[in-house]
Design a protein around this ligand. Structure first.
Ligand code: FEO
Length: 166
């Protein structure tokens, strides 16, 4: 039996993962329209990953005899100034998710719910990885700036950056 507070916290995480999934889908679509196919593929993949994170929570809550709530989503940002803007949004989104993960972990400790605490450790690791990836990519923009050749190569090489995170 999970406490009401923890169930609510887990459900809030479902919404954040779902929002992230749709936000990344929006970013993938923008990149595709603007000719950055590498970045588009990267975010189509990220969107799918976030959907899996969401489903993992849904199943966990339901399997514990509680009720997962499938939420209404926030409107995704769909206009971007640049690729750098896209990846800044990526980092901000991941930071938002991390903050909520940390909040839930703290609530689990307060409630002495070590089962949910253990479950959430997967999300703690995942977030550390995702934030590191977003920061690594944003560092590259400090070098590239708005250089068209640099952006072209970045788009071509992002697949390798994404693969290296595994
Ligand atoms: Fe599942 Fe990257 O938040």
């Amino acid at each position: 039996m999970i406490s009401k507070t923890i169930v609510e916290a887990l459900n809030s995480q479902i919404k954040l993962e779902a929002n992230a999934s749709m936000q990344y889908l929006s970013m993938a679509s923008w990149a595709e329209i603007n000719g950055f196919n590498g970045v588009a593929n990267f975010f189509f993949g990220q969107s799918e990953e976030e959907r899996m994170h969401m489903i993992k929570l849904v199943k966990f809550i339901n399997e514990r005899g509680e009720k997962a709530v499938i939420p209404a989503l926030d409107k995704s940002k769909s206009e971007f100034d640049s690729l750098q803007d896209i990846f800044t949004t990526f980092l901000e989104s991941e930071e938002t998710v991390t903050n909520n993960v940390n909040k839930i972990v703290f609530q689990c400790l307060e409630a002495k719910d070590y089962t949910v605490h253990n479950f959430m450790q997967w999300y703690v690791s995942e977030q550390a990885e995702e934030e590191a990836l977003a920061r690594t990519i944003l560092d590259k923009f400090k070098i590239i700036g708005s250089d068209k050749g640099g952006l072209y190569l970045f788009d071509r090489d992002i697949e390798n950056i994404a693969v290296n995170k595994e």
